[in-house]
Design a protein around this ligand. Structure first.
Ligand code: FE2
Length: 216
């Protein structure tokens, strides 16, 4: 988090950044907007609707939007044995359309503990802190001519927002996720009961930069 703070002092109206985290696995498979990235995954259905704009508010087309998040029990796909034979779930790449828009179906992520074995775990224990991260979706936005944006969107109301073990929370990254009962979701497909809606706008700025390589 200190590295993030030093490298991103002046956001000039661009969306705040936060840590990449250990669960990024490199370029994700590109899927069309409105895809369901939680096929066969239990959880509370959520429709995510995002827009990418420049600092002056105009839509930005052809931005690669990498998304990854934990499941309803707080685990990433790569932490599970099924990853070896079933491949990615709750992670994908989308590309913004002419309106800077991307939407997809998934499930609400759950808060999770960081691994507490090893020196990080010892540090957390020594400082009398819990190991939890508040529920969030990771986003990595990248396109030629743009400064890559590595961030999370956090779920408003999570009990760990004030005490994230890695200090990754920034106020503007907290999103109110509304419960809906409409029988049809925004993709025109039926909803099988109550669902949740996340709407978030990202503001990107010109520049370049390099996307860090995954750490596992
Ligand atoms: Fe995470």
């Amino acid at each position: 988090m200190l590295v993030d703070a030093v490298n991103h002092r002046d956001r000039e109206g661009a969306t705040e950044t936060t840590v990449l985290g250990p669960f990024y696995v490199g370029e994700h498979r590109t899927v069309p907007s409105n895809s369901n990235i939680a096929v066969g995954v239990a959880g509370r259905p959520m429709f995510v609707d995002i827009r990418v704009t420049s600092l002056n508010g105009g839509p930005v087309e052809n931005v690669a939007v990498d998304v990854w998040h934990a499941d309803d029990e707080g685990f990433y796909d790569t932490q599970k044995k099924s990853y070896q034979h079933e491949g990615a779930s709750l992670r994908a790449r989308f590309v913004t359309d002419a309106n800077g828009h991307v939407s997809f179906r998934t499930i609400l992520p759950r808060s999770y503990p960081i691994p507490t074995d090893g020196p990080v775990g010892q540090l957390v224990a020594a400082t009398n802190r819990h190991p939890m991260r508040p529920a969030h979706i990771h986003f990595l936005l990248n396109a030629p001519g743009l400064e890559p944006l590595i961030t999370h969107v956090f779920i408003e109301g999570d009990e760990y927002l004030e005490s994230d073990v890695v200090f990754g929370v920034k106020e503007e990254l907290i999103c109110k996720v509304e419960r809906r009962d409409d029988p049809i979701m925004p993709d025109g497909q039926p909803a099988m009961g109550p669902w949740y809606e996340m709407k978030y706008d990202f503001h990107v700025k010109p520049g370049e930069g390099h996307v860090p390589q995954p750490t596992q």
